[in-house]
Design a protein around this ligand. Sequence first.
Ligand code: ADP
Ligand code: MG
Ligand code: ZN
Length: 503
Amino acid sequence: MNLFEFENVITDFKPVLGLEVHVELNTKTKVFCSCPTNFGASPNTNVCPTCLGLPGSLPVLNEKAIESIIKIGLALNCQIAPWSRMARKNYFYPDMPKDYQISQYDEPICFDGFLDVLVPNGDDSSKIRIGIERVHLEEDTGKLTHAGGFTGRIHGADYSLVDYNRAGIPLVEIVTKIIPDTGELAPEVAKAYVATLRDLIRNLGVSDVRMEEGSLRCDVNVSLMPIESNQLGTRTETKNVNSLRSVERAVRFEMQRQAALLKAGERVKQETRHFHENDGSTSPGRSKEQAEEYRYFPEPDLLPIAPDSKWIEQLRSELPETPTAKRERLKQAWQITDFEMLAVVNAGALDLIEATVELGTDPSAARKWWLGKITRIANERGVELEQIDITPAQVAEIDQLVATGALNDKLARQVISSVIAGEGSPGEIVQKQGLAVVSDDSALLDAIKEAIVAMPEVVSKIQDGKLQASGALIGAVMKATGGKADAAKVRKLLFDYLGVSQD
Ligand code: ADP
Ligand code: MG
Ligand code: ZN
């Protein structure tokens, strides 16, 4: 497949985006029945006649789901419809027991809002306002497992299994308005939007928004407009992209692929596409249905939704701090710049650092550990920071060991790696691997004396007042102790021993 250079896409085309995010609500029961929603139950145990679509069963709307979606709508600055209806979307799929999905069509509960996101722009950051078209409620489908093949896909499988536990879990779909030309920032904008939305919803406490478990999924629409044109191009919709990094890569890839097609005089086909984690590419799915093919009609088994305006105002007054306000507050508290805050947010580290600081760690130290070693490990593995097996409490414990001088930074990074590798708690690892800093002065002094004997020329430089030459000696001592010495302490002992004043 031909790909156009990213830089050249921008000179010739304007990228247009549209993002559809599905969020599973964390209500205790399903949206139209009282089955539990817990993740990981044995297949087909959280089911009843309603969510199995058996004849004669009737749906009853879960009030908590309505409360949750209204909270999301309010947090996204949406209008809340005083009156709306659920709709039937008709199509066959084996994971959907009724052969129709109860969703919403032209009467969503929430509409016309916005969300501001920050994206890095050179050494600075840009604020971009993303318009929200609609936020609507629907039911999730069951889950198919294709068995017997090698790929887990239906092609080549011997048989398929279906688990209806997920059928009827409340889903909220959040659809953006068209996001007009953001130029080279487009991939970052898409990622920042999903990251900000995730933080906002997590803050509301209405979903655990775990992309890797599928409780937040994103469909990425991309099209290109020739630079001189004002007419929207044909879009593709890359389905179920399930990490922040993948959202960014999917946009980038589609921009490059579509540009290559258009440059070659070919057309972009309107279709859904699959994203491939291994190489960041997309491949064709199905050609896109038109809305009329779903034969939407108002769901006759459910009453319209008409939330009391007093209730809405009460929910509005109870909304937690917005992500923007939270960032501003923590930026002040941690005394960092906008740009530094952006790095924190884009690494997905805001909540983790906040939790670490709440445990008593100095903010700059907390940022150092999370954005340094731990982010590097997450990047190497191509996963999100929060998927890495280390908790704010463990990071706070490691930092405490550094603060008391039991570990230096290098050893601390080693302990971090070991905690992530599942080798135990920081305390246990320090014990088991003998990682503690050599604080025994006589052991350090022995190493210092050896270094002095080995490098007499360095010693005379120091004695001539060239204090910076001491680096070589300190380095030799660090090496001799396997990196387990506190460099500042070695420096002091060395100067005391040589009888040289440190300043
Ligand atoms: P569908 O049911 O086909 O997925 P939706 O209305 O739910 O349609 O979502 C379509 C998304 O794609 C919206 O975010 C919309 O703003 C966006 N979109 C529509 N047309 C284009 C286009 N030409 N290029 C990029 N995005 C588009
Ligand atoms: Mg859609
Ligand atoms: Zn049920």
